[in-house]
Design a protein around this ligand. Structure first.
Ligand code: BEZ
Length: 257
């Protein structure tokens, strides 16, 4: 199941979220897919990046918790499967697991995600991913928290996002049996295709579901006006993204002679 309350509409996503896959190009560079490799794209969304991995000559499986996204990815001719990233059922079959902008939605049990990725990889296989890091969309999150709290809604309980620090995630990767080759966290101010209202309607449904339906539009425009001086200067909206990007290899267990 996608994060509670989050429903992905592939057409709205193409309008408000296409930048997510477009900005995934550097993560693909880090993956450096090679023809003949078997790759899992974890949280493949509508399959835009999965398609690029397939075009590199890989045998790629796209996995996503949204049935709508899986259907859209299949329309591209991809092998896309409905999966729970926190209960992956693959075993020793992938040369690489790739993930862009998806791991932060798997908040319930990040260690189960990493255990499943480790199981899915062949020994020495690589896990290459980018996700939101600590501080990601901090001003948007704070404005949403304020708007909900003013209405007596538990914003912390509604929050679907997991944004770890690099140190925290490195420790989780190592505990799951990975050797971390590279891990970086960095700010990436992200121009939005429209106003932040569109972003909120696309990505903040887990919060908005707790707002009575007839008040949602007011909450969205209230949050937008709070954010305008910081993120919407001159009518150009730039979100305060912070990324965590890493390469980690499944440790090869040495058998003693
Ligand atoms: C992200 O890619 O960092 C992100 C996207 C939507 C909601 C929260 C975070």
């Amino acid at each position: 199941m996608p994060a509670a309350g989050q429903v992905w509409d592939p057409r709205a996503y193409a309008r408000n979220g296409r930048f997510v896959s477009e900005l995934g190009a550097p993560v693909l560079d880090w993956l450096a897919p090679r023809a003949g490799e078997r790759v899992l794209d974890l949280g493949c969304g509508d399959g835009a990046l999965t398609e690029q991995i397939a075009a590199a000559g890989c045998s790629v499986v796209g996995g996503d918790a949204s049935a709508e996204f899986v259907a859209t990815a299949r329309e591209r001719g991809l092998d896309a499967r409905l999966i729970d990233g926190q209960a992956l059922g693959f075993s020793n079959e992938f040369d690489a697991v790739f993930s862009n902008a998806a791991l932060h939605w798997m908040k319930r049990d990040p260690d189960a995600v990493l255990a499943g990725v480790a199981r899915a990889l062949k020994p020495g296989g690589r896990f290459v991913a980018e996700m939101g890091a600590a501080g990601n969309v901090a001003s948007i999150r704070a404005a949403v928290y304020d708007a909900l709290t003013r209405r007596g809604i538990d914003a912390v309980g509604a929050d679907p996002w997991y944004f770890p620090t690099a140190d925290e995630y490195r420790a989780r990767l190592e505990a799951a049996g990975f050797t971390v080759a590279r891990i970086e966290s960095f700010s990436r101010p992200t121009p939005l295709p429209g106003e932040v209202a569109g972003w909120l309607r696309t990505f903040a449904q887990a919060f908005l579901q707790f707002v009575p339906e007839n008040e949602r539009a007011a909450v969205v425009s209230e949050v937008q006006e709070v954010l305008r001086p910081q993120l919407g200067v001159g009518g150009v909206w730039i979100a305060d993204y912070v990324r965590l990007r890493f390469i980690a290899n499944k440790t090869i267990n040495k058998v003693s002679a």
